[in-house]
Design a protein around this ligand. Sequence first.
Ligand code: NAD
Length: 256
Amino acid sequence: MNLDNKKALIIGIASNRSIATEIAKVLSANGAQLLLTYQGEKLKNRVEEIANEINQNIECFPCDLSSDKNIDDLAAFTKKKWGSLDIIIHSAAFAPRELLSGDFVDNINRDGFNIAHEISSYSFTALAKSFKGILNTSSSLITLSYLGSEKVIPNYNVMGLAKASLESNVRYMANSLGSNNIRVNAISAGPVKTLASAGISGFNEILKHVEAKSALKRNITLNEIANVALFLSSDLSSGITGQTIYVDSGYNINGF
Ligand code: NAD
């Protein structure tokens, strides 16, 4: 698939196993120019190493999604660097770890609810708002979701609510930006081992369950997620917007 001349901003790299890392590799291999972000100083070196492994010319810029100023600075940097942008990959989520285990009602609190929704859902809209002026027509905005948005998954708890908000956000953003021919979609990925998923209590049980019960009888790979991100980034998906697309070995079709 040809992404020559497309400029992509990729948010959410924390390790070699991050979904965003594989998406960066696949978009770069298909011709896209990349700008990567890191959440804070602690991740700077790791993200720069990953950038260098992909291509020596990739720049990295700090962005903590809890800060409007960080997001605006990132938009200003992108404008100065490229003038315009074609692709945003939003592959970031957060909830306090103590809320991702045990009983949902017993463990929820106002702060945890607000943080989970702010970082995991609002930040996607905040990016669209800040970057709207430099998004080319035919731009594609992509975020990552999970089945916990619509079905109860043990220990996923408040993150399920945040992902439900994110998927609704995708529909409202798609409608808002559609007249500029900007598309907005989510990929609902099956479970894969990353730093974020390690924070969910009992995650290995989820992997085993999907392997046993999904239509394909196996877990998905990072590359399978990245390939769908590539499709959604490209003009081959020009008629698709506002969707949540499952890359989960068909697990979501189960009623029993
Ligand atoms: P990961 O830990 O590698 O990536 C999560 C990223 O979120 C990190 O890069 C982290 O820096 C970033 N982040 C968190 N808070 C942030 C903030 N305030 N500002 C900026 N960045 C912030 O894990 P991952 O599994 O690659 O997660 C990427 C996305 O995929 C998340 O939205 C996650 O919910 C989603 N997802 C993951 C799975 C899975 O099983 N791993 C399944 C479905 C969806």
